[in-house]
Ligand binder design. Sequence first.
Ligand SMILES: *Cc1c(COP(=O)(O)O)cnc(C)c1O
Length: 369
Amino acid sequence: MKPEHIYVTQPTLPPLEEFIPYLQEIWDNKILTNGGPFHQQLEQALCDYLGVKHLALFTNGTLALVTALQALRITGEVITTPYSFVATAHSLLWNGIKPVFVDIDPNTLNLDPDKIESAITPQTTAIMPVHCYGHPCDVARIQSIADNYGLKVIYDAAHAFGVQNQTGSILNHGDLAILSFHATKVFNTFEGGAIVCPDAKTKQRIDHLKNFGFVDEVTVVAPGINGKMSELNAAFGLLQLKGVDAAIVKRKAIDARYRQGLAGVNGIHCLADAGEQVANYSYFPILVQPDYPLSRDALYQKLKDNGIYARRYFYPLISDFPMYRGLPSAAQANLPVASKASNQVICLPIYPTLDVSDQEKIISLVARK
Ligand SMILES: *Cc1c(COP(=O)(O)O)cnc(C)c1O
């Protein structure tokens, strides 16, 4: 059945009958969670697919972020971007860490490396950048700043499943990288997430932390959380992984069609394409600039009136939410680029089952044809 409205994304679901054998196996062996066989298989399958050494599955991306900060014993202040999903900064507050917002680069909308150094204080212990929309951060510059000041780097890579730059998987950069497998993401397990880490020792600490701190039946080494992914979600992930390449190919075609259809439309700016890098086409953001005849919100409303539920990602900025706006770094004057992008952005619908005819309708509405 075709939904009445076109949303910004629709989850990709494999045929239901293909999931039944996985369910049968769970029912037969009665292992529902606690690092069962599907959990182990999915960790290995994702390491192979993504080209990373170690990966720990989580119940969602937010708990993975919270646990990553615990794993590295991050305290004090952490430099991060205001232009992200709110969970990025919330993970800092859950650890009693003070977020320090730094402005973004106008071309990539990622944390601007030129502005990081002036935000470092004696309390700074880490940088938490986001590969926004799956576009890689300037990982080399960020790492060199971190090395100079002895800081850790934790990437919120929730948008960056499968993304590669010239050096291979973008997930291999930083001390840790976090993925989300939420229903709205390129690869989903209904709810889910992961921490990618470079060495077995860190992976072991993360595995303890996500299971209450248990090392064995009678030994608890840390005040851990319950962040474990269930067998149901892990089994679904294994099935989903089989279709992810085909899903990304479809997204790529949709991305190309938008770029072609919107090229030359006055006042509509599409973010730069992936170029040489391997992208995942997870979002299709446009910036509605002053020379467009409608305001951003008027275009957003016009799409909605036509049954197209685009989203203003990311608006409001994280720094404008009540629990952050009192921070000195949250002041708009400190974040002019992010404020502007946040007031101009609309993410257009992009998902593998989006029809050509529906996409033509969206393009016509935006291009005012
Ligand atoms: C989706 C998302 C998260 C949170 O992931 P959940 O799995 O929903 O908890 C964190 N950061 C960013 C940038 C996201 O897009």
